[in-house]
Design a protein around this ligand. Structure first.
Ligand code: PHE
Length: 448
């Protein structure tokens, strides 16, 4: 263990940073859209169940490996090797995780750049820069070049400052702001005509859909992406937690915050979609499904904000600021994965590593943006649909089989001396050895 290694200075610091990583475009956008497409409240119920039954145990696997190893993903997995051959395999797995984290960051930066663009638009309108305000929300490579670069620079500035002065300090500021903005917007939207219909769809389950396999797969994928699992993000954040903290409890809090914010975001987005429809926007595609993906937000919501007359500009600006903030506290956690490897494996300084790796990811973002139709969808599915669940299985297996039961117990006892007699300890070790990997694998195979 490296004694000079930083840790989060407080429990709250870790909770806000890890929740900041978990809460992102996945919750605020993908969760509500999937909910609307999968029977509303039925999806919410299954998602809640899977988040606690599968994603929480998998999150614990990453946190435990991280705090046990006190190292980046590569050193951590190498340390779990028992032979030369397993070391080679583990090194390969670790670098694959690093690559996937970097690729997720690359596509995420593009969407986050659009969020930033829509957040800046009202500002340019107020400043009288009408041409520029129109240019910035119209898709073009030049627009992406500007907005991706801006977003990547913000991400790099935070990561260059390290764990306490960067990640922790900014998560502490941005996360409460996000919650406040979210609640303010919900109150506003719920008073608009059309909102009630959206609320009904969101809260009243369509029981027929409850057991559909596609609902199950979407809910599991959503739970894993949303909790930032499978790419070493939670492993590295776990490695920065003090040995005095109760890991099982911290993991549970982060899961609850993530799920809570997803649920709250649904309270905003679903009614907002129906308010937009009430105002004449087209929210369904030809096959009668809600327009999915980034499309909906950038087509429908600006229409909603425009219909708000004077304060629409302000509300729209605030909404997209909220999306940008949620994306930023996630993107910093993605960049920390390769940066932590670089500074612990080489003699590079944190700043130099951040600049080189952040700059390379930005370059990949721009390559994807320039070849958007050919690359964007493939990168998203390679990383989120295929690699994250696969790596999630491996992390469960590492925690369950590569770490001895006594090592797990010793690690978890720090910060929670009574864990041996707890319900958690009776279930979890078996759960991550067998149940979790099997269920993720089954879902994965079905998804293929
Ligand atoms: N959890 C983030 C979100 O919901 C995405 C993410 C995935 C972050 C993987 C880090 C690692 O948007």
């Amino acid at each position: 263990m490296n004694p000079a290694r930083s840790v989060f200075s407080s429990r709250l610091g870790f909770i806000l940073a890890a929740s900041g990583s978990a809460v992102g475009l996945g919750n605020v956008w993908s969760f509500p859209t999937q909910t609307a497409n999968n029977g509303g409240a039925a999806f919410v119920a299954v998602y809640l169940l899977l988040a606690f039954l599968l994603a929480y145990p998998a999150l614990m696997a990453e946190l435990v490996i991280g705090r046990y190893s006190r190292a980046n993903i590569v050193n951590a997995l190498q340390g779990l090797s028992h032979s030369k051959a397993s070391k080679a395999v583990n090194t390969g797995v670790a670098y694959y995780g690093v690559m996937i984290a970097a690729l997720i960051l690359s596509f995420y930066t593009i969407v986050a750049g659009w969020m930033l663009a829509h957040c800046l638009e009202p500002l340019f309108i107020v400043l009288g820069l009408t041409d520029f305000s129109q240019w910035i929300v119209k898709s073009s490579f030049e627009r992406d070049l500007l907005c991706c670069s801006l977003f990547a620079i913000l991400t790099m500035l935070i990561i260059a400052n390290g764990v306490e002065a960067g990640i922790e300090k900014w998560s502490k500021r941005l996360m409460p702001l996000l919650v406040l903005l979210l609640i303010g917007l919900i109150i506003y939207v719920l008073f608009q005509p059309g909102a009630k219909e959206g609320l009904k769809i969101y809260l009243l389950p369509d029981t027929q859909q409850l057991l559909s396999p596609s609902l199950l797969i979407s809910a599991l994928g959503q739970a894993f992406f949303s909790l930032s699992l499978g790419v070493g993000t939670m492993l590295i954040y776990g490695s920065y937690i003090s040995k005095h903290e109760n890991l099982a409890k911290l993991g549970a809090i982060v899961t609850m915050v993530d799920v809570g914010i997803a649920f709250t975001a649904g309270l905003l987005i679903i009614p907002a979609i129906y308010v937009a429809q009430y105002n004449g926007a087209n929210i369904f595609n030809d096959s009668g499904e809600l327009i999915a993906g980034p499309g909906l937000i950038f087509q429908v919501l600006p229409a909603l904000f425009n219909s708000m007359e004077n304060h629409g500009l302000l509300v729209g600006g605030i909404f997209f600021a909220l999306m940008s903030i949620a994306a930023l506290t996630s993107s910093i956690s993605m960049l920390e994965v390769p940066v932590s490897v670089a500074i612990e494996k080489t003699s590079l300084s944190r700043r130099a590593a951040t600049l080189i790796i952040g700059g390379s990811c930005l370059l990949i973002s721009l390559i994807i943006s320039a070849n958007f139709d050919a690359l964007f969808g493939s990168v998203v599915s390679l990383t989120t649909q295929y690699s994250e669940p696969l790596l999630g299985i491996l992390f469960c297996l590492y925690a369950g089989w590569a770490l001895h039961r006594n090592q797990l117990l010793h690690e978890l006892k720090q910060g929670y001396p009574a864990i041996e007699t707890s319900f958690f300890w009776k279930i979890w070790p078996w759960y991550i050895r067998i149940v979790c990997p099997t269920l993720i694998a089954l879902t994965f195979i079905q998804g293929l």
